[in-house]
Design a protein. Structure first.
Length: 196
């Protein structure tokens, strides 16, 4: 998967853990940067370092990403994704969002009861609309990474089921807004929408 890839106007990359989602996004950014000296790439990272393991994971990803795509600048934004995407979208700039799943988690957590779940879901709707608008109005290419977590058994627990439902709906909305949708499995891309 080290060939030069062409960026779509907008692409959603879905898959499970360690499926190659972020790697594909990085390859798209690297290919974009190689096409012209005027091209730039920005990564909007949505992860938050909630615990020591997550801090170590983020640090490892930063080092690995800097080695694989040295020209890509990183912006950390766990909540205001729509505004940040709109701010960094320029005709010569490819923007990578990694990842939608953590962003939605940041918006919806902590959810401790059913009433809170519904209130948080209602509050997230304007944020989701802003992201969809930013994708639609992006001046340059946008690559969004997200997890597909709805392929397994129905999870135990109301809060977990509510999150799986919310993420599935978000993925559907973003897929509708994007020109290309790619599903990753075992490091291999499967084009679900658009052309490869």
């Amino acid at each position: 998967m080290d060939e030069l890839l062409s960026a779509a106007r907008s692409e959603l990359i879905l898959g499970g853990q360690k499926s190659g989602k972020s790697r594909r996004a990085e390859l798209l950014a690297r290919s974009w940067l190689a096409q012209s000296p005027s091209h730039q790439a920005v990564m909007i990272a949505t992860a938050q370092p909630w615990d020591e393991e997550m801090r170590e994971r983020i640090a490892r990803h930063q080092v690995d990403r800097a080695a694989r795509v040295p020209g890509m600048h990183t912006v950390e934004e766990p909540l205001a994704l729509g505004e940040t995407l709109a701010c960094h979208s320029q005709p010569q700039t490819l923007v990578v969002v990694d990842c939608l799943t953590l962003w939605l988690t940041n918006l919806l957590m902590p959810a401790e009861n059913n009433e809170q779940n519904e209130a948080l879901a209602q509050a997230a709707r304007p944020q989701i609309a802003m992201v969809l608008g930013a994708i639609e109005n992006a001046a340059g290419p946008v690559v969004l990474v997200g997890n597909e977590i709805g392929l397994g058994v129905i999870p135990l627990g109301r809060e977990t089921r509510a999150f799986v439902d919310a993420l599935g709906l978000l993925n559907q909305q973003v897929a509708q807004a994007c020109q290309r949708v790619t599903f990753m499995a075992a490091g291999l891309p499967l084009t679900l929408k658009g052309t490869a």
